[in-house]
Design a protein around this ligand. Structure first.
Ligand code: IPE
Ligand code: IPE
Ligand code: MG
Length: 245
């Protein structure tokens, strides 16, 4: 008999959700003899390119790791430059994304972001909340461990209030306490720049995701890499712990 599976695991081979660790902006800047922030600006152009590709390839969910809970350890200049870039980029692109029917969602400890950036992002989330032609999820001040800890804390509060019994806690229930419980787990995780680590991204959700790593630096990431990742995904056999029929 087949083992019982968590409902978030989709055994059908449809590429619904791609998550990307957009890495290598700094190295791109160095290679091109420009400031790190210029690398982030070039990375922002890649974001727009990849959003178009996601639409073209009919990918419903695109999650982009834009700022981790550990990225606060960078220089004050880089952090404030990144926060300002996030705000201006959202301001510039919101109308177009809205017209295209894209729903923007935020994942992470959003209240820990600087006020102006937070306001602009939350406005974008609200404005696009009824859109249904694709989802752009921005992971910001995001940490996989923080997400799990936040869920555990919320569950503990509900147990204390008598809303839940400890015996009610299973994988299914736990996942409803994560930041975006209705979003399916990523089918494919991509990391650019040659690093082969997770850096605290979606620790819970990637249990059965396929991974693809490329040497390409994020600002150089385009159609060719995207197509390669998609092809590799469709050529892999996903088993979910079961066996081939
Ligand atoms: C990724 O590029 C962007 C963010 C973390 C915001 P990096 O800035 O980490 O680029 P490298 O790793 O230094 O090349
Ligand atoms: C991961 O990249 C975070 C983002 C892409 C936002 P980092 O460059 O911060 O990760 P490490 O430090 O190489 O693990
Ligand atoms: Mg990096």
């Amino acid at each position: 008999m087949a083992a019982k599976m968590t409902s978030s695991i989709d055994t059908e081979k449809k590429l619904r959700h791609i998550a990307i660790i957009m890495d290598g902006n700094g190295r791109w800047a160095k290679r091109n003899g420009v400031e790190r922030l210029e690398g982030h600006k070039a990375g922002e152009k890649s974001v727009r390119r990849v959003m178009d590709l996601a639409k073209e390839f009919d990918v419903e969910f695109l999650t982009l790791y834009a700022f981790s809970t550990e990225n606060w350890n960078r220089s004050e200049e880089e952090v404030s430059g990144l926060m300002a870039l996030l705000a201006t980029s959202m301001k510039q692109n919101l109308d177009e994304m809205h017209q295209n029917g894209v729903r923007i969602r935020l994942s992470g400890r959003i209240n820990g972001l600087p006020l102006l950036t937070r306001k602009i992002l939350k406005h974008a989330e609200k404005k696009t909340s009824k859109n249904r032609k694709g989802n752009l999820i921005l992971a910001l001040n995001y940490g996989g461990r923080a997400e799990i800890a936040d869920a555990a804390q919320a569950i503990a509060h509900d147990v204390k209030r008598g809303k839940l019994a400890p015996e009610d806690i299973d994988e299914q229930l736990f996942s409803t306490y994560l930041y975006l419980p209705d979003v399916p787990d990523p089918d494919l995780l991509i990391r650019t720049s040659g690093e082969c680590r997770l850096s605290n991204f979606l620790n819970w959700q990637i249990a059965y995701s396929e991974f693809w790593f490329t040497e390409t630096l994020w600002p150089d990431f385009g159609r060719e890499d995207f197509q390669k990742a998609v092809d590799i995904f469709y050529n892999r056999e996903r088993r979910f712990g079961g066996r081939k029929c």
